[in-house]
Design a binder for this molecule. Structure first.
Ligand code: MSP
Length: 636
């Protein structure tokens, strides 16, 4: 099996930021996952170096366009190794073979009559570097750049995109996975319900010279999108290289929603005109926002991935990005959320599990993998949850639902932590008669860690390497083989554990006190009606989405569970739901909490909020959302 995964090629008018890093980490993770599945994978990224924007950026940097693109492109290729991103190919649209390829394709499409010369008057957005239709404007402005487009009239070359509209609609309908998540497929189908215009594919050299000259008319250069999209073919040595025949049939592109139309409309129709099969899948993600605004260079609100790596470490960054964004939806970035993930999921849950397990094996098993005896109920349950997790993990990773794959993995992490408490190996070790059981507990635990190491490797390669070294295993096996229970050989030496993640000291957000001033105002007539509240009253209640990361029974109470939740700060909440939910089934769930409730102590545990649930006769059912959202999202 083969796989070909690409990122957008990024404009070199800005240094790499977290948004670029996200798409590239997604593609890298997917490439590593596919390799883990035993596939022959090619992963490509690169830079898009022609067009108006580049010329302007070079001018303001006081450099020639070529000097400028060389310098910024290097910033991208130099940044990726710091994020453990390992592309097989880094393509630049100023590469000679790419320029030749674009010209060859233009000539072919021109010769067959799918490119024609015509006069065009339209609304041109400099930011998008394309003509916009009236329908696309919002209040007369480009919705992405919030600027009014210029009315331009000029002669240009056009690609007969409209000719392929019907074919494209049929193709999208016949291939449900062609554009995912589904919302983006629907958006494109709705766009295609109106007649498609032909695509202007040239720019007169009187206006722009930094581009690839049209092979049939040197008064024009190629429109940047017609040039850029072809990178996906050039990188495979199209048309003659065998890489093209190997990888093109399995091409999958990762992009954000900003460039959906060029990828979902221009590109497949261009391919069709060239006589090629379209790509297999387009994976579209949302934006990383700061507050409510998209992170972007033009708005000056960017987070630099290198600075994040210096502060948190590469794996904490990769984990955070994949865990905190539901692929397809927008997500808000804030440093508290990164720290919360690092401290709870990584340092506390996985890091602790690894270090305490290996330390105990050092102490009670002479630092070696023990033989596994007869497995009891608890051991078999942990083994089974590893098998269940592997099936879920594979499916979620295949479908770009990385956050869900990680949720499934972390369920096993918490089960394994709980398994240690339930088995209390330090107690078992006190009696020689428990030897076999003690061996079995450690074997089960080490096997679980070995499997965890395998599944986290696409997301956190460095952590997986540290874990593998500690467990004395190499990780060259495929997921199929490595996922089978029993891979650890008894007698293998276990290393002293290396700390996987440091705990970061940062104050957690204190729960916000309720605003009380409005309550003291004299009540108006409608407020005196019993049970009626005002908007302001409701606004005083802070409802948030929280994810349950830990749950345990509170001793001496039949009713209460102690929950650890992320919202995104970590909190403890005591909930009276023990008769309705077991701790295990709660891990990973998203619930709605009242976040600004005055803390209260129940059975000696301080509770920082309340979980919402519906009472249906004797049943108590937790309130939830119809889709996963970023922990901490406000419920309004
Ligand atoms: N050069 C074109 C793409 C050509 S592909 C044939 C381009 N470049 S870009 O530099 O503007 O990159 C856009 C891409 O960067 C997005 O599609 C996404 O992959 C990534 N992101 C940029 N900002 C982002 C966020 N704030 N959030 C998530 N991804 C973001 O368009």
């Amino acid at each position: 099996m083969t796989a070909y995964i690409t990122t957008p090629i990024f404009y070199v008018n800005a240094e790499p930021h977290l948004g670029h890093a996200y798409s590239t980490i997604v593609a890298d993770t997917y490439a590593r996952f596919k390799r883990l599945c035993g596939e022959d994978v090619r992963f490509q990224t690169g830079t898009d170096e022609h067009g108006d924007k580049i010329v302007q950026a070079a001018e303001s940097a006081g450099e020639s366009p070529q000097e400028y693109v060389d310098r910024i492109s290097r910033m991208f290729s130099d940044a990726w190794p710091h994020l453990d991103i390992e592309p097989d190919n880094f393509i630049r649209t100023t590469d000679a073979d790419h320029k030749e390829n674009v010209q060859r394709i233009l000539q072919q499409v021109y010769d067959q009559g799918d490119i024609y010369f015509s006069e065009y008057e339209g609304l041109y957005c400099k930011g998008c570097e394309r003509f916009l239709t009236e329908k696309e404007l919002q209040d007369g402005k480009c919705p992405d750049h919030l600027t009014e487009p210029d009315r331009i009239s000029e002669q240009n070359y056009f690609f007969r995109m409209s000719k392929y509209q019907e074919w494209l609609v049929d193709h999208i309908n016949a291939n449900p996975d062609f554009i995912t998540p589904e919302r983006y497929k629907n958006e494109m189908l709705s766009f295609l319900s109106d007649p498609l215009e032909d695509l202007c594919i040239s720019r007169p050299t009187s206006r722009l010279t930094w581009g690839i000259p049209l092979p049939f008319d040197d008064r024009f250069v190629t429109y940047v999108w017609f040039d850029a999209l072809i990178n996906y073919l050039t990188g495979l040595g199209y048309p003659d290289d065998e890489k093209f025949s190997t990888y093109w049939p399995v091409a999958e592109h990762v992009i954000a929603k900003d460039i959906l139309k060029p990828h979902a409309i221009f590109w497949p129709t261009m391919l069709k005109a060239m006589g090629l099969e379209p790509y297999q899948k387009l994976h579209v993600h949302g934006y990383w926002n700061i507050g409510d605004t998209k992170m972007s260079k033009s708005l000056g609100n960017v987070v630099r991935p290198r600075a994040m790596v210096d502060e948190y470490g590469v794996d904490a960054v990769r984990y955070f990005l994949l865990r905190d964004m539901s692929f397809g939806l927008d997500s808000g970035y804030n440093s508290e959320a990164v720290v919360a993930r690092q401290n709870s999921d990584l340092a506390n849950d996985l890091g602790n599990l690894f270090s305490r397990s290996l330390t105990m094996v050092g102490k009670f098993e002479d630092g070696k993998v023990p033989p596994c005896g007869t497995m009891g109920k608890l051991d078999l349950a942990l083994q089974e949850s590893c098998a269940d997790m592997l099936a879920t993990y594979r499916d979620e990773m295949e479908h770009f639902r990385f956050h869900r794959a990680l949720q499934a993995v972390w369920k096993v992490v918490s089960k394994a932590n709980k398994y240690i408490v339930e088995n209390a190996p330090w107690e078992l070790a006190k009696d020689e008669a428990n030897q076999e059981q003690l061996h079995t507990v450690f074997y089960t635990l080490l096997e679980t860690l070995r499997i965890l190491q395998v599944v986290v490797s696409p997301i956190m390669p460095a952590t997986a390497r540290k874990m593998a070294a500690g467990l004395g295993v190499d990780h060259s096996d495929t997921l199929e083989i490595a996922g089978q229970w029993g891979g650890l050989k008894p007698g293998t030496a276990i290393q002293k554990p290396e700390q996987l993640f440091p705990r970061l000291e940062k104050k957690k957000d204190a729960p916000r006190p309720a605003k009380t001033k409005d309550r003291q105002k004299p009540k108006g007539p409608e407020q005196q009606l019993e049970g009626i509240i005002t908007f302001e009253d409701f606004g005083n209640v802070e409802l948030k989405v929280a994810e349950i990361t830990g749950a345990e029974v509170i001793k001496k109470s039949d009713r209460l569970l102690k929950l650890t939740v992320k919202a995104p700060e970590v909190r403890t909440i005591v909930a009276g739901i023990a008769e309705h939910y077991s701790p295990e089934e709660l891990i990973g769930r998203q619930v709605i909490i009242v976040a600004n409730l005055k803390p209260a102590t129940l059975m000696g545990v301080q509770s920082e909020g309340m979980v919402l649930a519906a009472k249906d006769g004797k049943r108590l059912v937790l309130a939830s959302l119809s889709d996963t959202v970023a922990p901490g999202s406000r419920v309004a």
